[in-house]
Design a protein around this ligand. Structure first.
Ligand code: HEC
Ligand code: HEC
Ligand code: HEC
Ligand code: HEC
Ligand code: HEC
Ligand code: HEC
Length: 360
C-alpha cells in the first residue's frame, strides 16, 4: 500500500514540475485579443499576459490529472484502432476524422487522414481554442444522426458518443420484399457498435413476429443517455468517469457499477435486474443454435462458448431467403450492442424473439 501511495505522489509531483517547466521555460501562450502584452511586457492596452490563462487548467489541483488517469484506462486509450484512417473509417476511428465530419456532416472524410491521431481529449473537447473553461465544450452538440435509417435522435451529451457507436450500412442492401439475398461478405452486419441504434429503437429489420417493436421509454429518455450511465461517479480508474466502463474489480470479482441504476431501480444488486440479461442470453442462444443449424454463421470462438463471445460470430457467404438474412442481421445487431438488453430492454427482446420465429 505504502509504495503505491508514494508512487502516485511522485507521479503527481512530476506532472506538476513538468508543466511548470513548460509554462515558464518555453511557452508564451497565444497572443491575447486586443494586442495583449507579450512576455517582454511591452504595450498591450487592456490585456493580460498570454500565459495567465494556462492556470485555469494546468494548476496545482488534480482536476485535469484525474480525468487523464481515467481516460488512460479506458478502452478508447488501450484498445486503439486509429490505423483505420481510410476515408470510410476515419470518422469514427481517428480524432482528426471525427472533428472533420462533426463540421461537414458527412459520413466519410474527404480523404484518408495522414498522420492520424487516435482518440484523445481534443476529439471530444475544444482544447486550447480559447484557453478558458469554454475549451471543455463538446465538439459535437447536435442530435446524433443514424447512418442506416437517417433517424435523428437526441442523446443529449451522449449524441457525441452516438455519432461513433452506431451501425454502418451493409452492402449490398437487403430488400425484405425480394425473395432471396446474396450475402457477399462475411462481415455482413451493422459493424461493431450498434448501441445508439438499439437505444433509439432504429436499425433492426422489423420482421413480423409475436412481439411488437416497442421501446423502453424510461431508458430512451435518460438525460444525456450514454454519459449518465457510462460516465457516472468514477470508481478509481476502473469504472465511471472518463473510463466509460460499467464494471470494476472488487476483491478480485467483477462488480456491476449499479450506482447509475439505483436512482430508479433502488434494490438493484447487479445489471441482471429481474433476470432480464439472463433471459436475453438464453434467447440469443436459441437464435444462434438455429443459425448454426442453417449453416449461416461461423462461430469464431467455438460453438458452446459463453454468450459474451457471441459478438465474434461472423456470417457465412451464401444466398439465403431474405427474411432469414434479415434475422441473421438482427442477431448480429444485438450481439454487437453488448448490453444484453439494458440499452433498450423491450426493443432487444422483440428483435431477438421475432428473429427466432423468422428462422423457423
Ligand atoms: C481549458 C483547459 C486548458 C487551458 C486553459 C490550457 N490547457 Fe493546456 N491542456 C489542456 C488539456 C486537456 C490538455 C491535453 C492533456 C492530455 O492530452 O492528456 C493540455 C495539454 C497541454 C500540453 C501538452 C501538449 C499538448 O498540446 O497536448 C501543454 C504543453 C499545454 N497544455 C500547455 C498549455 C499552455 C501553455 C496554456 C496557456 C497558454 C494552456 N495549456 C492552457 C487543457 C488546458
Ligand atoms: C470518435 C469515435 C468515438 C466516440 C466519439 C466515442 N467512442 Fe467509444 N469507442 C470508439 C471505438 C473505435 C472504440 C473501440 C476502441 C478503440 O478503438 O478506441 C470504442 C470503445 C468504447 C467502449 C468499450 C467497448 C467495449 O467493447 O468494451 C465504450 C464503453 C465506449 N467506447 C463508450 C463511449 C462513450 C460513453 C462515449 C461518449 C462519451 C464514446 N464511447 C465516444 C469510438 C468512439
Ligand atoms: C460509424 C462509426 C464507425 C465507422 C465508420 C467505422 N467503425 Fe470500426 N468501430 C466503430 C466502433 C464504435 C467500434 C468499437 C465498438 C465496440 O467495441 O463496442 C469499432 C470497432 C472496429 C474494429 C475492432 C473490432 C474488435 O472486435 O475489436 C475494427 C477492426 C474496425 N472497427 C474496423 C473498421 C474499418 C476497417 C472501418 C472502415 C472500413 C471502420 N471500422 C469504420 C465505429 C466505426
Ligand atoms: C469520448 C469523448 C471524451 C473524451 C475523449 C474526453 N472527454 Fe472529457 N468529457 C466528455 C463528456 C461527455 C463530458 C461531460 C461529462 C458530464 O457532463 O458528466 C466530459 C467532461 C470533462 C470535464 C469536465 C468539464 C466541465 O465542464 O466541468 C473535464 C475537465 C474533462 N472532460 C477533461 C477531459 C480530459 C483531460 C480528457 C483527455 C484526457 C478528456 N476529457 C477526454 C467526453 C470526453
Ligand atoms: C441505462 C444505462 C445505459 C445507457 C443510457 C447506455 N448504456 Fe451502454 N451499457 C450499459 C450497461 C449496463 C452495459 C454493460 C452490460 C454488461 O456488460 O452486463 C453497457 C454496455 C455498453 C457497451 C459494451 C461495452 C461495455 O462497456 O460493456 C458499449 C460500447 C456501450 N454500452 C455504449 C453505449 C453508448 C454509445 C450509449 C449511448 C448511445 C450507451 N451505451 C448508453 C448501460 C447503459
Ligand atoms: C431514469 C430511471 C432509470 C434508470 C437510470 C435506469 N432504469 Fe431501468 N428501467 C426504468 C423503468 C421505468 C423501467 C420499466 C419500463 C417499462 O416497464 O417499460 C426500466 C426497465 C428496466 C429493465 C427491464 C426489466 C424490468 O424490470 O422491467 C431492466 C433490465 C433495467 N431497467 C435495467 C437497468 C439497469 C441495469 C440500469 C443501470 C445501468 C437502469 N435500468 C437504469 C428506469 C430506469
Amino acid at each position: 500500500m505504502k509504495s503505491i501511495h508514494s508512487k502516485t505522489v511522485w507521479l503527481s509531483i512530476w506532472g506538476v514540475l513538468i508543466f511548470a517547466t513548460m509554462l515558464f521555460a518555453s511557452c508564451e501562450g497565444p497572443a491575447g485579443k486586443d494586442g495583449l502584452a507579450g512576455k517582454d511586457g511591452k504595450d498591450g492596452k487592456d490585456g493580460a499576459d498570454g500565459t495567465q490563462n494556462c492556470g485555469t487548467c494546468h494548476d496545482a489541483s488534480t482536476d485535469l490529472f484525474a480525468k487523464q488517469l481515467q481516460w488512460a484506462a479506458s478502452d478508447h486509450a488501450t484498445n486503439t484502432s486509429f490505423e483505420r484512417s481510410g476515408a470510410s473509417c476515419a470518422a469514427c476511428h481517428t480524432s482528426d476524422g471525427f472533428r472533420e465530419v462533426a463540421v461537414t456532416g458527412e459520413s466519410n472524410t474527404a480523404a484518408a487522414i495522414s498522420n492520424p491521431t487516435g482518440q484523445n481529449c481534443r476529439t471530444c473537447h475544444t482544447i486550447h481554442e480559447t484557453y478558458t473553461n469554454d475549451d471543455y465544450k463538446l465538439t459535437y452538440e447536435k442530435k446524433a444522426k443514424l447512418r442506416t435509417t437517417g433517424v435523428e435522435f437526441d442523446f443529449g451529451k451522449g449524441s457525441l458518443c452516438a455519432q461513433c457507436h452506431q451501425a454502418r450500412t451493409t452492402t449490398p442492401a437487403l430488400d425484405l420484399n425480394a425473395e432471396t439475398y446474396t450475402l457477399a461478405n462475411f462481415r455482413f452486419g451493422p459493424h461493431y457498435g450498434a448501441a445508439a441504434n438499439v437505444i433509439a429503437g432504429s436499425g433492426a429489420f422489423e420482421l413480423a413476429g409475436s412481439l411488437p417493436y416497442a421501446n423502453t421509454g424510461a431508458h430512451q429518455n435518460i438525460q444525456n443517455s450514454c454519459v449518465s450511465c457510462h460516465m457516472g461517479t468514477a470508481y478509481g480508474n476502473q469504472a465511471g468517469g472518463h473510463t466509460m466502463k460499467m464494471k470494476y474489480s472488487y476483491n478480485s470479482a467483477m462488480v456491476d457499477n449499479v450506482a447509475v441504476c439505483t436512482p430508479c431501480h433502488s434494490s438493484a444488486k447487479d445489471f441482471n435486474i429481474s433476470g432480464y440479461q439472463s433471459e436475453m442470453k438464453d434467447l440469443a442462444t436459441l437464435v444462434r443454435k438455429r443459425l448454426l443449424e442453417l449453416d449461416m454463421i461461423t462461430p469464431t470462438d467455438g460453438v458452446d462458448t459463453d454468450p459474451v463471445n457471441y459478438n465474434h460470430d461472423y456470417a457465412k457467404v451464401g444466398t439465403y431467403p431474405s427474411k432469414r438474412a434479415a434475422a441473421l442481421y438482427n442477431y448480429i445487431f444485438i450481439m454487437r450492442d453488448k448490453s444484453w438488453g439494458i440499452h433498450n430492454p423491450r426493443y432487444t427482446k422483440a428483435v431477438l424473439q421475432n428473429a427466432l420465429e423468422a428462422l423457423n
